[in-house]
Ligand binder design. Structure first.
Ligand SMILES: NC(=O)c1ccc[n+]([C@@H]2O[C@H](COP(=O)([O-])OP(=O)(O)OC[C@H]3O[C@@H](n4cnc5c(N)ncnc54)[C@H](OP(=O)(O)O)[C@@H]3O)[C@@H](O)[C@H]2O)c1
Length: 306
């Protein structure tokens, strides 16, 4: 398959590029730092520095993972605009380009997150639930809408012979020692000063990086998969349980608690990302018969950390 990936240099994208090239797919990464693509994604990966460079190549599929980091910097109005532009704006431009090609891609996997459901604790969240109302939820809603517009764009250009298969990747907390939430949590736990955040009752919907990768490959290959998919393991845990499991995997204590007010003081609005939980379930993946290699957190952390 010929595949164009945005965000291929990121945490998820690097593993994806390597897995795809290993099985013989032809991968091109659209990147703002093209000189680093070979080192990060593998020497077989082609590079595209800008959408304007997409002139005549045909791609069977596009996987859209790009986006400015959500948690790394304070959510000032300017930062929020950057987060939105790097997802919604980039996706709008990507979709317009895809639709304009003589042979438009027929498969489109586009990023989203479990943040789609919002930060209210409202019980189990499967793919039928509607978007929440906070910043992350509205971001994911608009990001998905921009991707979904691909069908309408093709129709408006009279390319009705292309019936694209569009998949929204509502990704949970990807557990990967190389980055993301786990890397941020590891140091205090390794030093023996880790523990729960706030009252620890908030739910953490996580996924082992290997299951995330296998799910992406399945969604790319399986013609029956379309629409939203929650990329989370079937067994969510509370933050307190996550902290205990992480500590015991590292053979460290988890005595400490970071009070909610400290997190709110340091993180402002972003604190809701870790103080409010979401009980997300992988209903659509399970309906496709997807089997998780790491359905339980303890086995996932042992595999990742030992
Ligand atoms: N990792 C998780 O736990 C998780 C959970 C839920 C959702 N997601 C979503 O899944 C996608 C991939 O996740 P990831 O963890 O692999 O992300 P990542 O490591 O942060 O990488 C994302 C990529 O996006 C590109 N990017 C960064 N800032 C940008 C900007 N301002 N404008 C345009 N492009 C920019 C970068 O590619 P270049 O520098 O090559 O352009 C970067 O490599 C992201 O959109 C993320 O929001 C991830």
């Amino acid at each position: 398959m010929r595949i164009l990936i945005t965000g291929g240099t990121g945490l998820i994208g690097q593993r994806l590029c390597k897995a795809l090239t290993a099985r013989g797919d032809h991968v091109t990464v659209l990147s703002r730092r093209p000189q680093q693509v070979a080192a990060l994604c593998g020497s077989q990966v082609q590079t595209m520095a800008s959408l304007q460079d997409w002139t005549s190549q045909d791609f069977d599929a596009v996987i859209n993972l790009a986006g400015a980091p959500i948690v790394d910097a304070a959510w000032t109005p300017a930062r929020k605009q950057e987060i939105i532009a790097s997802r919604v704006g980039l996706t709008q431009n990507l979709v317009a380009k895809m639709a304009s090609m003589p042979n438009p891609p027929s498969v489109f996997l586009s990023g989203s997150a479990i943040g789609f459901y919002g930060d209210e604790e409202t019980g189990e969240l499967d793919e039928t639930k509607t978007a929440g109302k906070d910043f992350s939820a509205l971001l994911c809603r608009d990001w998905e809408a921009a991707a979904n517009h691909y069908s309408a764009q093709l129709a408006s250009l009279n390319k009705i012979h292309v019936a694209p298969r569009i998949v929204f990747l509502r990704t949970g907390l990807v557990l990967d020692p190389r980055g993301g939430v786990l890397k941020k949590m590891l140091l205090p736990f390794q030093l023996g000063v880790g523990g729960k955040l706030g009252d620890g009752r908030q739910t953490m919907s996580w996924i082992h990086h290997a299951d995330c990768l296998r799910a992406l490959l399945r969604l790319l290959d399986d013609a029956n998969c379309r629409g939203p998919f929650n990329l989370v393991a079937p067994n969510v845990v509370s933050n307190a349980e996550f902290s205990q499991t992480l500590a015991s995997t590292l053979h460290r204590p988890a005595f400490f608690t970071t009070p909610a007010w400290v997190l709110r003081t340091i993180l402002g609005e972003r604190a809701n990302l870790i103080l409010r939980g979401q009980h997300v379930v992988p209903r659509a993946l399970e309906a496709c018969g997807f089997q998780f290699e790491y359905p339980q957190l303890s086995a996932a952390l042992v595999d990742i950390l030992q």
